[in-house]
Design a protein around this ligand. Sequence first.
Ligand code: GAP
Length: 453
Amino acid sequence: MTESRPAVDMEKLVSLCRRRGFIFPSSEIYGGLSSCWDYGPLGVELKRNIKQAWWRAVVQQRDDMVGLDASILMHPQVWQASGHVEGFSDPLVECKSCHKRWRSDELESDKCPDCGGELTEPKLFNLMFKTFIGPVEDEANIVYLRPETAQGMFVNFENVLNTTRKRLPFGIAQIGKSFRNEVTTGNFIFRCREFEQMEIEFFVKPGTDKEWFDYWVEERLNWYVSLGIKKENLKLREHTKEELAHYARECYDINYLYPMGWAEMEGIANRGDFDLVEHAKSSGKGLNYYDEETKEHIVPYIIEPSAGVDRTALAVLCDAYDEDVADGEIRVLLHLHPSIAPIKVAVLPLSRKETLAPLSKEVYAELRQHWMTSFDEAQSIGRRYRRQDEIGTPFCVTIDFDSLEDKQVTIRERDSLRQIRVPIESLKNTLQAKLDGEDLFVLPEGGKIWKGG
Ligand code: GAP
């Protein structure tokens, strides 16, 4: 068996993302802000598509899940009850010579990795960002930027139960920003101080939790494969007893083979009844469920698949990156799955001649009703194809002089480089079928293969 290797080095990927408008350093004109990133015109589409694919899979296509969008600022007691005020910290050491700070649990020796200097004793550093609610900046008005979206779902358990009349097992799903004042940063968007999570809190009857835990591990692994990520670049890692979070009975990470090595993309935890019990104690509200069968009130157990949008975006970009040779030149391309590609179709008139403009614009206007479509008439057709390949556009539609006569256009496929000619009237349906995964070379009525190989 061959060892898996990262598909691309980080420098190449960062450069592509910067050059093509996927991801920029935050506040770049001021020199950037450490571990904060801005998603550019293509990055925002990629991220939206990832979130949409997740929502479709876990909310839209299921009977047992509902969505939520809780506020980022929450009552400070939430973070007392959850254990974050007490325990959401990293052990921090400082170099006595160069004053650089490090997480002591990530160091391999007791010397500064940069200058070899002596380190201070570790101090616990809470990762939550603090701010104040209202005009007075005192202890009584401290609030936190949420470090996870999960708590919004626990504290709304009763609201959701009462308004949706869901029965166990059921889940709440949420996508939103979270903030952590991370000590160790770097590795591009892998570890940010502001990031987005896609979290599920799935409430089950105690005793069925193991079964549901296994179910969600499998389900979530398959979701990444459905996004086009190669199976050999995904691995499950079980947490040891020592590293389990204070709330977890069992936890698996879904790791991806990033350029810097295997690292966590999603964590799936069996949280037992920890959260509902703690919030019930702290709020005085009975957060439980009336079981019609046994006529008893029970506190459900919670299975939590918790994914990161940014880490998923990084994984799909790494996994899609490729270089091959086309027309004797090195071609950089992203084999992005059509469902997440930022631009689905590019309309390319063969030349800038006036005569092609009206039909090209007409085709463009029609296609953009359905998908993110781009129009490009600058430079040679070969260069324009390369530009689309580099951003992962699965299909280009070329309008040439024959199109004016025969009302047909050419569809060119990014991965195989093959082309077919189809009537304009069936273009939308053909592209839809291709985007839904149908083989490009199953021809629509009136279509023909234009060029092979
Ligand atoms: N509610 C559980 C929870 O938040 P976590 O393992 O701390 O668990 C879940 O975070 C996911 O959130 C991670 O697997 C990762 O994808 C993402 N994540 C966490 N911290 C992050 C950071 N600093 N930057 C980017 N993504 C992060």
